[in-house]
Design a binder for this molecule. Structure first.
Ligand code: EPZ
Length: 432
């Protein structure tokens, strides 16, 4: 099993480009189920989760493949050809690899009037139920049955068409908003989503739906309106840059006291992170599609609280904790989105970080290097995607060698992270 070996103490400098966004590509690839024809995408990141999505789409009867080979340095182009599906069942063996597979529910239900999707099961960062997804489908008139670990969803009406409705989410949910938005595109009448998620990935999905002929408005705000249409058509689209990868790379520069520019990104998708880095003492320059962090080895501790967009993203909480573990002073990190997203804490403590974790709050007493304090390299275990990124960041500054095990977690959401960090001067190797 692959692991990552990192020699700490090297300052990162230079520029690096961001890949396409995993959390945008996944729902957009599932939205292809809404329309027959050839869907063409560019800037699709080469990730394990994209391969899992392709495998699931193929199991339903689609063709899904990379247009250009891995070796080709051009933009990653991906094609999904959809004809009448040969199956409406998303099997457990595929869904258990990736929770986001639940996003095939809305499109299949809306397009074919039925869908059988395995329940996603547990996750390291929280129970992550899908009750809000199912309630939303019921609000559009679907009958939902849970049987043998599967969601069996049907549209009872002879018309086999969902009916538009007003849905107020009691909790802001990215996946729930995406599933409902997709289902509502082919429903009869108008659907209004209140307390909708406002993440940039929601905006990207809505833009692809509209390029297929849907009528979605209000995306990016907490009230989304969808006027259902009878039919959609396959289209072409370029996936949004990955703001979480961009944030991770910016923190990599910051934590090593380096001068790093992250290119091909949307800086304003990361206003919350940039605000906190500036509060911590970093000088950050924002370009139209780039962010630059200037060297600072005397940065100070700041508190963060994760929350739905545009507030501080939960997917950058672990990486920011790594930074705070070598800041001057004490920071309080509150995780409000997931109930169990501190799995990286004990691993950071193996590197010598001084952290007191409580249920969803962690107190981090920083060890600033300019005061001669430091983390020390050790073997550590990745537990989930963003936790693995935080261990890599901590390894960049820990004295000696850090070995991060189980980096298959990292490969789910980062395209060749070690290659990008090597380009900036990191001493990092993938080891089998
Ligand atoms: C998306 O997950 C992202 N995944 C996550 O990124 C991200 O952390 C999360 O949004 C929050 O930003 C993808 O886009 C593929 P939610 P999602 O529904 O849609 C609860 C990463 O690292 N909830 O917004 O699953 C849920 O348990 C991943 O790339 C219900 O209670 O997140 C959580 O506490 C990790 N019932 C909260 O809402 C529901 O039916 C927010 O979850 C749905 C959600």
């Amino acid at each position: 099993m692959d692991k990552m070996a990192i020699k700490g103490g090297f300052t990162l400098n230079g520029s690096v480009a961001t890949s396409g966004a995993k959390n945008s590509a996944l729902p957009i690839l599932f939205s292809t189920l809404l329309a027959e024809g050839e869907h063409q995408f560019s800037n699709v990141p080469r990730l394990k989760d994209i391969d899992s999505t392709a495998e699931l789409l193929r199991s339903l009867g689609c063709e899904a493949y990379w247009k250009n080979s891995k070796e080709n340095s051009g933009p990653n182009e991906f094609v999904v050809k959809v004809e009448k599906l040969k199956s409406l069942e998303a099997h457990y063996d595929l869904v258990r690899k990736m929770r986001a597979s639940i996003l095939c529910l809305g499109p299949m239900l809306a397009k074919y009037g039925e869908a059988v999707v395995s329940l996603p099961g547990g996750c390291a960062i929280g129970t992550r139920p899908i009750d809000l997804h199912l309630d939303a489908m019921k609000a559009l008139g679907a009958e939902i049955e849970l049987k043998d670990g599967y969601v069996i969803a049907r549209v009872p009406q002879a018309s086999k068409r969902l009916k538009g409705a007003n849905v107020l989410f009691e909790k802001t949910t990215v996946g729930g908003t995406e599933n409902l938005m997709m289902a509502a595109t082919l429903a009869e009448g108008v659907t209004t989503i209140e307390n909708a998620a406002k993440e940039p990935e929601i905006v990207d999905l809505a833009r692809y739906l509209n390029s297929m002929g849907a009528k979605v408005t209000g995306y990016g705000t907490s009230v989304i309106r969808i006027e259902g249409v009878a039919k959609l058509a396959a289209s072409k689209y370029e996936i949004l840059p990955d703001r979480i990868e961009a944030g991770t790379l910016l923190i990599a520069g910051a934590i090593t006291g380096g001068d790093v520019t992250v290119e091909k990104c949307n800086p304003h998708d990361l206003d919350a992170l940039v605000t906190k880095l500036r509060e911590s003492g970093f000088k950050i320059d924002l370009g139209a599609n780039s962010m630059r962090v200037h060297p600072n080895t005397k940065f100070v501790a700041v508190d963060i609280t994760t929350a739905p967009h545009p507030l501080f993203p939960t997917d950058l909480q672990a990486q920011f904790m790594a930074l705070m573990s070598v800041a001057e002073g004490t920071s309080v990190i509150s995780e409000t989105v997931f109930e169990n997203r501190f799995m990286h804490v004990t691993e950071l403590m193996r590197l010598g970080a001084d952290i007191t974790p409580k249920t969803q709050v962690a107190v981090v007493r920083g060890k600033p290097m300019h005061q001669g304090k430091f983390l020390t390299g050790a073997p550590v275990m990745a537990t989930d995607l963003r936790a693995s990124a935080s261990l890599v960041l901590a390894g960049l500054v820990a004295h000696g060698e850090t070995v991060v095990n189980r980096i298959y977690h990292l490969d789910r959401g980062y395209e060749q992270l070690e290659v990008k960090l090597q380009k900036l001067g990191a001493q990092i190797q993938r080891a089998n």
